[in-house]
Write a protein that binds this ligand. Structure first.
Ligand SMILES: [Zn+2]
Length: 182
């Protein structure tokens, strides 16, 4: 399995410029909303799910601290909302795409797989999220290849520099970086 590199965009399929352009636009808009969510006690990550026609199905931020639930990452919240809205636990017939301001953690990769979402687009890579914030993203060996084998398209590092600026703001404002005691 081969990953393709285009500028700094990475993917598990041959780069499709149109998909990159669409994703850049959506992720830039999600980045702009991060500070609105964090001012209300949510986390610095936002995810949105769109259908094939480009219609928004759901959008959510990380609410781990606000709702006292370690599972409430942006992707998990957005998936829950989409499944409630569409009335099913299996999103695969809808050919949905999830856009996230940062690379999904190990839990969210599982959540995305079980949901039946077909395409994943993310901004800041996990290594940079960990460097900037100190959040633990978990271990994710060869997930681009694993997703490809399951028919899930992945694009990463979309508008990553802008996303990193937002994470830096979160840290500089003294918001919480939560972790279990070890
Ligand atoms: Zn996550």
């Amino acid at each position: 399995m081969e990953n393709y590199t285009h500028i700094n965009i990475i993917s598990n399929e041959e780069i499709d410029e149109k998909k990159v352009e669409e994703a850049s636009q959506i992720i830039r808009n999600l980045q702009k909303e991060i500070s609105v969510y964090t001012a209300n006690g949510s986390g610095p990550f936002v995810a949105a799910i769109y259908n094939e026609k480009g219609e928004l199905i759901s959008k959510a931020a990380n609410s781990v601290v606000r709702e006292n639930c370690s599972n409430n990452h942006a992707e998990m919240n957005a998936i829950k909302l989409a499944e409630q809205k569409l009335g099913t636990y299996d999103l695969s017939p809808f050919n949905l795409k999830i856009y996230v301001t940062a690379e999904p953690c190990m839990m969210c990769l599982g959540g995305i797989m079980w949901s039946g979402i077909k395409e994943v687009y993310y901004g800041v890579p996990s290594c940079d999220v960990e460097d900037i914030t100190g959040f633990d993203e978990g271990f994710k060996p060869k997930w681009f290849e694993e997703f490809k084998e399951r028919g899930i398209v992945v694009y990463g590092n979309i508008e990553a520099e802008l996303g990193e600026e937002e994470l830096l703001k979160y840290i500089n404002r003294g918001y919480k970086v939560y972790k279990p005691e070890r």
